[in-house]
Design a protein around this ligand. Structure first.
Ligand code: MN
Ligand code: MN
Length: 475
């Protein structure tokens, strides 16, 4: 082949960098593997639409794959090859496969978030108006509110009673279930609304969910429709209106994950930011049997609202998890072992990137943006307007990653969230970097990010999963 190439062509190949479309490079076998992986991924997405559901499904898969909860670990000391996990308040989880090297050498972490933008119920959600019952909400994360009206919605979450009993709620997923919705104004009466800015046409306080309309038969009471709804809730969940105060109820799209495109090359689903990365990371750690450095998969909550709180990446959960692994691995625990572990650790902050969308030209610098189907995205820096508020990876670390990915034929590209000064964003990377961990943002491109129906490329998902496996093994 090379004989037919001109010297300029050869030099060009040797010296220039360009990203590659994996569909062009992949053979039939690889495509089949990508499609098979996506089938499992879609099924997982349908079962895990909230952080709690993700954590619960992750525990199931972990136990099927030989992982043991640290709560029930009474095996003396941790030995290489042992698999353990710890769940944080049912909403975050860390898993580890113990490596041959000691904890002071650091761990290899793939970290992602398992919360997604959605609409939460307020503490006092139920009210009756115009003989209909609606639910007051407060949206969670960065949503474009107009995308969430007139679509079928499901209600997921928990109600915790004063007895401590946790009642699980999941309505809108079965074919026989009702769904809910947020109504919109008919075009005939929307002249004023249509003149408004998109950010104002649908208001946050106006995101009220339609919940019922049949009145209780006793006309002596006020708000009879509300009473009837409370009666139904009481029959099904043994709850009262006050129980909403200690509930975590989330409104999410009711539809299931689908293939998108005549060639079925995309996955369309709610919550792929960041379940696409968290599922790929979870799957990668589940398959590990032996590693040199301890492998950790960290799945956190609350990223979409700044990683705050004791289940978010800013909490001490990760540090405590590593401290526990150190404590259980050595004869005598010293804090300095944990400190050494943190500064010698390396991490892929697995989160999605804004893929170039032909419908929205002009928002990206195409020389640096990520594309659908071009593989894993290495995003050196996040932040906005002068990289402010972001995290920036060190080139020494990126060079190591380039080496292991190139050596293992993992196709990667670069990425950034839009043109300079146009926007930006952050991930959990900075919070782990603050602990001394070497971190880079590393996920795949997504279209329609934060919408009820986000789009990913099947070949990218598969490539990302392969990359995470390589990272655990070779970094
Ligand atoms: Mn994300
Ligand atoms: Mn996000």
């Amino acid at each position: 082949m090379d004989d037919n190439k001109t010297s300029g062509q050869l030099l060009n190949e040797k010296l220039t960098y360009s990203s590659k479309n994996i569909w062009e490079k992949s053979d039939e076998k690889e495509r089949e593997l990508a499609f098979t992986f996506s089938e499992r991924y879609k099924q997982f997405l349908n079962k895990a639409k909230t952080e709690r559901e993700f954590a619960a499904e992750a525990v199931k898969l972990a136990e099927e794959n030989g992982f043991v909860s640290l709560d029930s670990f009474d095996n003396g000391k941790l030995k290489p090859g042992m698999k353990v996990y710890r769940v944080n308040r049912n909403k975050a989880i860390a898993l580890a496969v113990i490596g041959n090297k000691g904890m002071e050498n650091g761990v290899n972490v793939v970290g992602a978030h398992i919360d997604s933008p959605r609409i939460d119920l307020k503490q006092n959600p139920l009210y009756e108006d115009t003989s209909m019952v609606l639910l007051k909400t407060h949206y969670y994360g960065g949503i474009k509110k107009y995308q969430w009206v007139t679509i079928p919605l499901a209600l997921h979450g928990v109600v915790v009673k004063t007895s401590g009993e946790i009642v699980e709620v999941n309505i809108g997923e079965e074919d026989s279930d009702p769904v809910f919705t947020i109504t919109d104004l008919l075009p005939h009466l929307a002249q004023d609304q249509m003149q408004k800015k998109m950010s104002e046409a649908i208001t946050g306080e106006g995101l009220n969910v339609l919940f019922g309309s049949i009145p209780h038969e006793d006309d002596k009471v006020k708000d009879r429709v509300k009473l009837n709804i409370l009666k139904l809730l009481n029959e099904k969940y043994d709850m009262t209106e006050e129980d909403f105060v200690s509930a975590e109820l989330e409104i999410v799209p009711a539809f299931k994950a689908s293939d998108v495109g005549l060639d079925r090359s995309f996955v369309g689903a709610y919550g792929q930011d960041d379940r696409v990365c968290s599922y790929a990371a979870l799957d990668a750690i589940l398959g590990i049997t032996e590693v040199e450095k301890t492998a950790v998969c960290l799945l956190t909550d609350k990223e979409e609202i700044g990683s705050m709180g004791n289940t978010g990446a800013q909490s001490i959960f990760f540090e405590n998890f590593l401290a526990e692994l150190c404590f259980l691995s050595i004869d005598k625990y010293y804090d300095i072992i944990l400190r050494a572990c943190l500064s010698n650790s390396m991490m892929l902050s697995a989160d999605v990137n804004s893929g170039v969308d032909p419908n929205y030209e002009g928002v990206q610098d195409k020389r640096n943006a990520s594309f659908m189907g071009k593989g894993l995205v290495l995003q050196k820096y996040t932040g906005a307007r002068g990289k402010v508020g972001g995290s920036e990876a060190n080139p020494e670390f990126i060079a190591k990653l380039r080496k292991i990915f190139n050596d293992n034929h993992i196709i990667w590209q670069t990425g950034e969230i839009g043109k300079v000064d146009l926007g930006g964003g952050g991930t959990i990377a900075q919070f782990l970097a603050n602990l001394g961990v070497e971190v880079i943002d590393c996920g795949i491109a997504v279209l329609s990010m934060h919408s009820p129906f986000e789009i990913t490329s099947k070949i990218d998902i598969y490539t990302m999963n392969k990359a995470y496996k390589v990272f655990y093994k070779e970094i």
